[in-house]
Design a protein around this ligand. Structure first.
Ligand SMILES: [Ca+2]
Length: 237
């Protein structure tokens, strides 16, 4: 028999059992199993018992949780307020137009506008705020026609690269007059812009006016106004 500290303890008791105790070695065997395989007091060698595996997995989960939170917080650059202004010439999916609403996505974030009933030119003027982290992800929008008894119909989608706006945010704009255009992004085959998009300074904040042409639908555009909102480094979100 191996003679570690626990083994020694067991060896003494094993001998006592033979000499004077009524407890037989057969009854002590489960205790032997507990001491050698499950005992939290004897750590080596590590054994692949369900008990040990459970605690090992808990440690891994806790470690990952502990790492994820500070990483997300450190990467936050600021907030982007997306004003969903209006839709233009949206596809009609009902007899009297569409009951249109907009879904804005960025990574895991998903926000919805209100529903405007019976219109192909809805005016929402809804403000949706996204948290912007590094690395920068594209802004994705989808338009739907709300239905009551059937799944909502798609009214197209579009995507916007916000990298030019982020570049403007990183510029030193001290002393730049209000309203001045910092950058203009032109429509191209690589983007969904329906017209030139101006990035400018409005009341000290970087803003971008956007008209997106919807894809995967016969017609429709959506107008957005983006506004950057700085977040102090030490302010929790
Ligand atoms: Ca509908």
């Amino acid at each position: 028999m191996l003679m570690g500290p626990t083994n020694y303890w067991f060896h003494i008791h094993w001998r006592n059992c033979h000499v004077g105790s009524d407890i037989t070695p057969v009854l002590l065997y489960p205790l032997f199993i507990y001491i050698h395989l499950l005992s939290p007091f004897e750590r080596s060698p590590p054994l692949a018992t369900p008990f040990n595996i459970y605690f090992y997995l808990i440690q891994i989960i806790e470690r990952k949780r502990g790492r994820r939170k500070p990483t997300q917080m450190e990467n936050v650059m600021g907030l982007l307020r997306v004003r969903v202004e209006k839709g233009i010439n949206l596809a009609s999916r009902d007899a009297s137009g569409s009951d249109a609403y907009v879904v804005v996505r960025m990574g895991d974030q998903k926000l919805k506008s209100s529903v405007k009933k019976n219109s192909q030119n809805p005016v929402w003027n809804d403000d949706l705020t996204l948290c912007i982290s590094d690395p920068i992800l594209p802004l994705k929008i989808e338009v739907f026609d709300k239905d009551t008894f059937t799944p909502d119909d798609k009214l197209g989608d579009a995507e916007l690269d916000i990298e030019p706006l982020i570049q403007a945010v990183k510029m030193n704009l001290v002393g730049v007059p209000n309203g001045i255009i910092i950058t203009t992004v032109k429509p191209s085959r690589q983007n969904c812009l329906a017209d030139e998009s101006h990035i400018s300074l409005k009341d000290g904040s970087v803003a971008q006016d956007v008209i997106l042409r919807l894809r995967n639908v016969e017609s429709g555009e959506v107008e957005l106004k983006l506004l950057w909102v700085n977040v102090p480094r030490n302010q929790a979100i």
